[in-house]
Design a protein around this ligand. Structure first.
Ligand SMILES: [Mg+2]
Length: 244
């Protein structure tokens, strides 16, 4: 029996909660920006680029497109890692493959060590960990995602971690979710997916018939049909303890 506040439930629907990592628990944008600002300064990129913000906005847009291409097998991991910087530098008037590859190396080596999480992440996981099996499902590079989890202190929570690079197929592919559920010894009925990405987390959950919560910290408006969304991760508490 679970006692939570004044609420008593004999049987809650969810036993497993699968969290996306980047932009859901780990504050990807903040950590990425901090890393890029350091790199920008160290390479004196201000001599060519108008401002750091100009470089950052271009990079973010390009990076997003490269990740879509990567998910659709249009670009390799190796090319994605340096070409996003090459293209961003080109917009600053810098045509330099070697520098792009150097920056790519520095970025991937450094950014996972950043530790900014979204508000209330640790408090929420602490509250949930005794009543639910918590898991991580993430599209990303294996060597990078494990460092993020450990450095930010999130590694103590998940019972399983499923990374797209291991599965061979990223979210939203069905194979990814099959693999994650199997690894967690969970099923579609007793699982909940929490993620920020409508294309990967939410579409994936819908395709597989798993309940989902859209993490939407920026309070974006979408035409996509969304049954449940939260703006802060601690709003999950109410959902998971009250869904029977
Ligand atoms: Mg995400």
């Amino acid at each position: 029996m679970i006692v939570f506040g004044n609420f008593i439930s004999v049987k809650m629907k969810y036993k497993h909660i699968f969290f996306d990592l980047d932009r859901t628990l780990w504050d990807f944008e903040a950590n990425s920006s901090d890393t890029l600002a350091e790199i920008f300064a160290e390479h004196s990129l201000n001599l060519k680029c108008k401002t750091f913000e100009f470089f950052l906005e271009n990079y973010k847009e390009l990076n997003k497109q490269y990740w879509i291409d990567y998910r659709n097998n249009r670009v390799s991991k190796e090319v994605l890692s340096w070409k996003r910087f090459y293209d961003a530098l080109l917009l600053c008037g810098i045509d330099d493959v070697a520098l792009s590859k150097q920056i790519a190396k520095e970025y991937v080596g450094r950014s996972p060590y950043k530790t900014k999480l979204f508000p209330e992440v640790k408090n929420t996981l602490e509250k949930l960990k005794s009543d639910f099996h918590l898991h991580i499902i993430t599209n990303g590079f294996k060597e990078v995602q494990f460092i993020k989890l450990k450095q930010s202190g999130l590694d103590i929570y998940p019972k399983s971690i499923t990374i797209s690079e291991d599965v061979g197929k990223p979210k939203p592919h069905i194979e990814f979710f099959e693999s994650a559920l199997k690894k967690a010894n969970a099923n579609a009925y007793n699982s909940l997916i929490v993620g920020d990405d409508l294309e990967t987390d939410i579409l994936g959950a819908k395709n597989y018939g798993i309940d989902y919560v859209w993490f939407n910290p920026e309070k974006e408006i979408t035409k996509t049909e969304i049954k449940k969304q939260i703006n802060c991760i601690d709003e999950l508490i109410d959902i998971v303890y009250h869904t029977l």
